[in-house]
Design a protein around this ligand. Structure first.
Ligand SMILES: [Zn+2]
Length: 149
């Protein structure tokens, strides 16, 4: 028998995948309710509409993985992971994916690399996020006032 769970938000009964890293659900909010990945993305979008701060996670996308593979084979120059082209931001469970439209790298006070990203949310509001160092994926994001189009 396959393991299933019921999403506490949309009430859908969904399978818990076996043998993969993901659990199929995320624990959301202070109540630690189980929600499916689709609802997790939805809740985070709602959050962005009502708040002006948000934590996202920085990754490089699949194209970067491919570019690195080509680099290993000597077929292209080494891709720079801080380039806007490769950066993808996600929510905690990975179901919300946001592509920044620009990025920049600077030095932080403690000599750590600070990467800035700018992106638009689903309603067109402009956000800025920053990421510090190499040992965390957390991006501290803040909605920019008066820039909504
Ligand atoms: Zn759901």
């Amino acid at each position: 028998m396959r393991n299933t769970f019921r999403c506490s938000r949309c009430r859908a009964v969904k399978p818990v995948p076996s043998g993969t890293v993901g659990t199929g659900y995320a624990m959301h909010g202070t109540a630690r309710r189980k929600v499916c990945y689709a609802c997790c993305a939805d809740l985070d979008r709602r959050w962005m509409e009502r708040h002006d701060r948000m934590l996202l996670y920085m990754h490089t996308d699949e194209a970067f993985t491919e570019a690195e593979r080509l680099h290993q084979l000597g077929l292209r120059t080494e891709p720079d992971p801080t380039s806007t082209y490769w950066i993808i931001l996600t929510n905690w469970c990975g179901s919300l994916r946001i592509k920044p439209h620009s990025s920049g790298v600077g030095s932080h006070n403690w000599g750590l690399r600070r990467t800035s990203v700018w992106f638009r949310d689903h309603l067109g509001s402009e956000w800025h996020g920053y990421h510090i160092g190499r040992h965390t994926q957390i991006v501290h994001c803040r909605k920019l006032k008066g820039r909504t189009q």
